[in-house]
Design a protein around this ligand. Sequence first.
Ligand code: SF4
Ligand code: SF4
Length: 68
Amino acid sequence: MAKLTILSDRCKGCGLCIEVCPKKVLGFDKNTLNAKGYRPATALQPEACIGCAFCARMCPDCVIAVER
Ligand code: SF4
Ligand code: SF4
């Protein structure tokens, strides 16, 4: 399983990473507001991640890092 690191306080809630993930790993954290006042993206199903890093490449704010 790949390791996802999400710097939640830098997320602006655009949802691009959620859209691009082929395994539907990501979603918004409905229980959290970050420092910018957004609901940040989080890994809802981390066990499904295949480490493709599409999410990290798509994020305009470099919030996500993927280690394989
Ligand atoms: S690395 Fe790929 S499978 Fe894993 S969360 Fe990102 S887009 Fe989804
Ligand atoms: S693409 Fe980046 S800024 Fe947009 S929701 Fe995902 S982690 Fe947040």
